[in-house]
Design a protein around this ligand. Structure first.
Ligand code: GDP
Length: 459
């Protein structure tokens, strides 16, 4: 695309935004939180649905005229693979689509009748361009690095790696670092060492409950895959005292990562978002145990900093924040029976509240709810000893066998050490339900989610 076409496209986008006809909705969350599933479900529901399927999405009540995918977007921006993702769900047996590994987006044109005022009298229909953006939450975990020195980052990393659920995994890399020559900065050596650190981060990620992995781009590189900008690792704090050419190099790379990776992400991409969903897989963290839940809480604290818009906040030096609503959603609510949804929401609230109550935070308006983008279970009841007991029916993701079971309770209050030592949470992963053609995918509270995030903009 030549510069003139590009400039024209940008001015069109600006004009659309000025007249409130464009809305950019970001969907994020750590790997496995359910971003791909949610975006696929949103596009599917908006392009196929009717009022009965989304009863709480108010524009659907008598004013909805439909939505279509609009592919008239900048071609160099990766397109969200909606059709491909749907095809996974249509397979027999149905499969989950692959997870998010980069920034991607898809534009929908929503058409509806204006709700009130002059427009409702004189205008037959109104259109809003909805840009749906999918990006890894790991990138938001990098934000606090902007305020750290390389030394502070190394100290923080190694104190995290000393935690009981990480220490054994980190030990061989620690020993490896202890044996290196701090003056060796040969290209191959630095490449190999960084690849080993990247491997350690992958091991952490695969370890249940190790969420807080920095730099996020080493795990989900996006457009920086293979670039020297990702040659960064935390040396042992005592090595920084010793000094050496490698220490200097890492310090330099840390600054490059701050200025050429983190800041541009906020300036060029994040700053363009109007609304945001942050997905949180609390059930997965409960399964993984106490350390996991604590680390999830810590990660959310870091993620929240991206939505902290107090007038004095340092983030304002980098970009002018525009996000006016954030929804924190506990994902995969279909892994528990409906009577547990409230507890799931309360637990997420508690996970966030301790941070939000602190005077430091001035978060934009937010809401918390429990959702399932694509329901993989049917809720029902079985009779046990003459008593009706809530249950779920679905297919095990591991063995594909049909299950009828009670998944257990979600704690209503922050679970303490005693509870974790006495109880192992086991919320099962499920395969998607078979999806008969012509039918719509089932969900939990996707209409509430859409109403909160978009409702006021579609009047
Ligand atoms: P991402 O890494 O954030 O993009 O997460 P995905 O959307 O790929 O979801 C990761 C996994 O979580 C999927 O493969 C499913 O196993 C599960 N999952 C996601 N959304 C749902 C949901 O709504 N219901 C259920 N039961 N499982 C889900």
């Amino acid at each position: 695309m030549d510069w003139l076409t590009k400039a024209r496209w940008h001015s069109e986008q600006l004009a659309k935004r000025t007249f409130h006809r464009q809305l950019r909705l970001g969907v994020t969350g750590l790997s496995g939180a359910g971003k791909t599933a949610l975006l696929t479900a949103i596009v599917h529901q908006l392009t196929q649905s009717n009022a009965t399927q989304l009863p709480f999405f108010s524009v659907m009540q008598q004013r909805w005229l439909g939505a279509r995918i609009d592919d008239n977007q900048l071609p160099q921006l990766p397109r969200f693979a909606f059709e491909k993702n749907l095809s996974y769900l249509q397979q027999q047996p149905a499969r989950w689509p692959p997870s998010t590994v980069r920034w991607s987006q898809l534009t929908l044109t929503l058409r509806y009748r204006p709700g009130s005022g002059l427009r409702a009298r004189f205008q037959e229909h109104q259109e809003t361009e909805l840009v749906l953006v999918d990006y890894p939450g790991e990138w938001l975990l990098d934000l606090p690095m902007l305020q750290q020195s390389y030394q502070e980052w190394c100290e923080q990393s190694w104190s995290l790696f000393a935690q009981p659920h990480r220490a054994a995994t980190a030990e061989s890399f620690r020993q490896r670092l202890q044996a290196i020559d701090l003056n060796d900065t040969s290209v191959l050596f630095v490449q190999e060492l960084c690849a080993e650190y990247s491997h350690l981060l992958q091991q952490f990620r695969d370890l249940a409950g190790a969420y807080l992995n920095q730099p996020g781009r080493l795990l989900v590189p996006g457009e920086f895959a293979g670039t020297p900008l990702l040659q960064l690792l935390p040396l042992l704090p005592e090595q920084l005292v010793q000094g050496g050419a490698l220490v200097d190099l890492m310090q330099k790379h840390f600054i490059s990562y701050q200025t050429q990776v983190i800041e541009p992400f906020y300036r060029q991409y994040f700053s363009g978002l109007d609304r945001q969903v942050v997905l949180v897989d609390i059930l997965g963290a409960l399964n993984a145990g106490e350390s996991a839940l604590l680390e999830l809480k810590q990660s959310l604290l870091l993620i929240l900093q991206s939505f902290d818009y107090g007038p004095e906040h340092w983030l304002r030096r980098i970009f002018k924040p525009r996000i006016s609503k954030v929804l924190f959603a506990a994902s995969k609510a279909d892994h528990v029976t409906p009577d547990q949804h409230q507890a799931l929401t309360l637990l997420l609230q508690q996970l966030l509240l301790q941070h939000l109550q602190s005077v430091k935070f001035q978060l934009c308006p937010y809401e918390v709810m429990a959702i399932a983008a694509i329901k993989a279970s049917e809720a029902g009841f079985v009779k046990q000893n003459g008593v009706q007991q809530a249950c779920l029916r679905g297919f095990s993701a591991e063995t594909a066998e049909a299950l009828t079971y009670y998944p257990g309770d979600v704690p209503r209050y922050w679970p303490d050490h005693q509870l974790f030592s006495a109880h192992q949470f086991e919320f099962q992963q499920l395969s998607p339900l078979p999806w008969p053609k012509q039918q719509l995918l089932q969900h939990i509270r996707l209409d509430h989610l859409l109403e909160y995030l978009l409702g006021d903009k579609l009047t």
